[in-house]
Design a binder for this molecule. Structure first.
Ligand code: HEC
Length: 187
């Protein structure tokens, strides 16, 4: 009985190896963040090792990406990560969104939400385990880009409005206040 179950599991494992998610390798950089914003080498290096596998059009796949279901989980992270933030497709979004994304970068890096914990678990991607100084480099950079936007565009064009029904407006204000507070710590 046990042997049959194990054989069944093995068969499933073998079969799922053939279901391959599409890889994120286009490397299309037409709207890359660096086409509009200054990205110093140090920042580019940090984004590359700590963020771009999930937030750009080019993922460096580790060997275990060939093993399902791990490969599926990675593909999921990449798809979801790119949906929220894509440094290779950054400038195509409205400026208010770009501004908001910089704000989110500050928040997520400050709060140690990014890079995703699983990315550096078990000693994987050791160079993505950011020091406080490296986090500060990314935060200062994102803040400087928000300052540039403020200098380039009228304030109301940078106002980010979530697509939500009016009934939730008050909720939104609360959230925004919270965000402002989070972003203002280091000024
Ligand atoms: C292993 C994949 C992975 C890596 C590496 C990674 N992210 Fe993410 N990121 C995600 C995923 C998945 C989401 C969307 C779900 C979530 O918010 O947890 C996300 C969401 C975000 C968001 C949007 C948050 C929001 O509120 O919508 C920002 C900003 C972000 N990441 C910044 C970064 C930065 C900056 C780095 C590098 C320091 C980084 N991420 C590294 C996977 C990753």
């Amino acid at each position: 009985m046990v042997k049959k179950i194990l054989l069944g599991l093995l068969a499933v494992l073998v079969i799922i190896q053939f279901i391959r998610p599409e890889r994120n390798l286009s490397n299309d950089q037409t709207y890359a963040v660096s086409t509009k914003y200054e990205v110093p080498n140090e920042v580019a290096g940090l984004l590359k090792v700590a963020c771009n596998d999930c937030h750009s059009n080019l993922t460096r796949y580790p060997w275990y990406a060939n093993l399902n279901p791990v490969g599926w989980i990675l593909a999921d992270h990449v798809n979801e990560g790119k949906e929220h933030l894509n440094f290779s497709d950054f400038t195509r979004r409205p400026v208010a969104v770009q501004n908001h994304k910089f704000e989110e970068v500050i928040e997520t890096v400050e709060e140690h939400e990014m890079p995703l914990e699983s990315y550096t678990a078990l000693g994987l991607h050791a160079d993505a385990k950011l020091s406080d100084a490296q986090r500060q480099t990314l935060i200062s950079w994102a803040r400087a880009q928000m300052d540039s936007l403020k200098a380039w565009y009228p304030a109301d064009s940078l106002e980010f409005r979530r697509r939500r029904p009016a009934a939730q407006e008050s909720h939104e204000e609360e959230h925004e206040e919270h965000e402002e507070h989070g972003g203002a710590d280091d000024d």
